[in-house]
Structures are given as C-alpha cells and as structure tokens.
Design a protein around this ligand. Structure first.
Ligand SMILES: [Zn+2]
Length: 215
C-alpha cells in the first residue's frame, strides 16, 4: 500500500504527476479540485455550496474541504493506496491527517517564481468553447484563435503578473508551516518541477524507491 500527499503551486504540473503515479501504481487519485468540479458540473448540493462560495469571491472553507476528503477516503476503494492533492490545507488538518493515515511521504514540487510566472502567464482560454491552451506546451495552430471553434483566445482575468504575485505569496505563507509539520514526521521529497514531465516523474520514483518502469 502506497500513500502520498502531493504539493505544488499552480503551473508545477502537480495534476499530471499525480495522474501518472495513480495510473501506473493503481493508486486512487484524490484531487480536491476535481471533486469540487465534478460536483459543480453535476449540480449536487455540495456543488451548489462550492458555486456560492466562489461567486462571492471566497475560497472554499477548510471544513468543507476536510469533510469531502474524509468521505472520499472513507469510501475506501483504494486497495493499492492513494495520492492526495489539495489537502491538507492548514496545520490542524495536517496533524489530524498524519495521525489517521500512515503515509509514505510528501511529494513537494518546487518551481522557481520566474518559471511559475512564465508558465501561468502563457495560459490561454478559448472565449467561445472554453478549451485550454498553453503557448508553451499546447500551442494553438494560429496564435490567437481556437483550433476547434476559431473563437478568440484570451488570458484568464486573474492570470496577470500582479494577481499571480499575490497568489504566490499566499501559497508560500500557507504552505511553509505545513511542510515544517510534514518534515517533523514524514519523508518530504522536494523536487525540481522545472524539468520535463517525464524527468520529474522519474525523479519522484527515484526518491521514493518506486519502480522506474510501470508495474
Ligand atoms: Zn474554441
């Protein structure tokens, strides 16, 4: 049984890395963001709650995040383990989580500020169909129009240097105390996320003694 927590700022490729590990080692990928998105799309009660919170410009509360994760893990379809993404978010949750689950370690993806800026500021979104593009990794055929519907590509409103600097500072502030708690109890592998997806994945496996080739 393998149990991991994965952490990393937006743009660090956290989702891709978690997915690769989940697919190759049969781990259950518990992504708080995905659970919320699913609930919003399927108009559940939880989805409505999440939508209301976001509409007034607030973050989904720690308590709600915690109950979602608890329920998800209690469902217990993780025979080979899990990789959890988007939780814990504060010191109390981290303490509780470490006491409840015997985790193998924390994957901490590190990306230098300039690289976060570079990656996030190159994100584009189709204003018509909502498809995501990235001017570095997923380039559209024509620079300003959607490959599928020819809609105009735009940047997200909050993907600007000022808003991003604020998000980066908030992430730093929230994450540092968590990393300290983890380091006191568990193995934390801080990994350079500026490399390619394959290289980062290989480093994670190396650091945790996982087979380099998939099972
Ligand atoms: Zn489009």
């Amino acid at each position: 049984m393998r149990k991991f927590i994965i952490m990393g700022i937006q743009g660090s490729g956290k989702g891709s890395q978690a997915k690769l590990l989940a697919e190759n080692f049969d781990l259950e990928h518990v992504s708080v963001g995905d659970i919320f998105r699913w609930n919003v799309q399927h108009h559940t009660k939880l989805g409505a709650q999440v939508k209301r919170t976001i509409a007034i410009g607030e973050l989904v509360g720690d308590d709600l995040v915690e109950s979602v994760v608890r329920e998800r893990l209690a469902a217990h379809d993780w025979n080979f383990g899990f990789i959890i993404d988007g939780f814990p978010r504060n010191a109390r949750q981290a303490q509780f989580f470490l006491e409840s689950y015997d985790i193998d370690g924390v994957i901490n993806l590190h990306l230098p500020t300039e690289e976060v800026m570079h990656r996030v500021l190159s994100r584009r979104l189709c204003s018509q169909c909502g498809l995501d593009y990235n001017l570095i990794a997923h380039r559209p055929q024509r620079p300003d129009s959607c490959d599928v519907c020819r809609g105009k590509l735009v940047a997200r409103e909050d993907d600007n240097p000022e808003a991003l600097a604020t998000r980066l500072a908030a992430y730093e502030e929230e994450t540092r105390p968590l990393i300290e708690i983890f380091e006191g109890k568990e193995f934390v592998a801080t990994i350079d996320a500026s490399k390619s997806v394959e290289e980062v994945q290989a480093t994670i496996r190396e650091r945790f003694g996982l087979p380099v080739r998939s099972t």
